[in-house]
Design a protein around this ligand. Structure first.
Ligand code: 5GP
Ligand code: MG
Ligand code: MG
Length: 181
């Protein structure tokens, strides 16, 4: 599949799966029984694969919510100005909420999202991201759960796309430069 487009495999399917088990164990331990299920908020479309695997790995009941946002800016860098394309279906007031993200690069999108969701008065609000890049340290975004710290390279697979392709790869890899040109 995608013959020759992937330059290298950065994180294998097995590594992803093991990391998700660790993250799920950690998250499950942190949330006390409150009588209300934990709410996972997945950010479309990149976080879909992670969200579904993560939800199934969690040994506690969760409810699944999705948001779609578009950030104004170029294709490769975000500006921090965000528009909601699809909002949550439910009120999160009083609920324990975990934002599930595929990757944090500049952190601008997430920073906006955190403010937006915090204004809806959840009981608690945390972030769980599968990947984080080094630039993410520039913006002060509190991220409690991080799967992998990765180098500053453009990656695809496991939900992450280039021009809407490669989301369906079961692993995370880097693209051969010939794909961009
Ligand atoms: P931020 O606001 O943190 O800069 O933007 C994060 C978003 O940019 C991610 O949700 C993702 O859509 C996109 N992004 C950042 N780095 C990468 C990358 O290496 N590969 C892909 N496919 N998307 C990325
Ligand atoms: Mg994302
Ligand atoms: Mg994308």
């Amino acid at each position: 599949m995608y013959d020759g487009d992937i330059a290298s495999v950065l994180i294998t399917e097995q590594q992803i799966s093991e990391k998700i088990s660790e993250l799920a164990e950690q998250v499950a331990k942190d949330y006390p029984e409150t009588g209300a299920d934990l709410v996972l908020v997945g950010v479309l479309k990149g976080a879909v694969m992670f969200m579904t695997d993560f939800a199934r790995a969690l040994p506690v009941p969760v409810q699944l919510e999705f948001m779609a946002v578009s950030s104004y800016g170029s294709a490769t860098s975000s500006s921090g100005v965000v528009r909601i394309l699809k909002d949550l279906d439910r009120d999160i007031a009083g609920r324990d909420v975990v934002i599930v993200e595929d990757i944090i690069d500049s952190g601008l999108t997430l920073s906006w999202l955190l403010k937006n969701l915090a204004s809806r008065n959840p009981r608690s609000l945390e972030v769980c991201t599968l990947l984080r890049k080094p630039d993410a340290v520039k913006v002060e975004v509190p991220v409690k759960y991080v799967g992998f710290e990765i180098p500053n390279e453009f990656v695809v697979g496991y939900g992450l796309d280039y021009a809407e392709r490669y989301r369906d790869l079961p692993y995370i890899g880097t693209l051969d430069p010939k794909v961009y040109s």
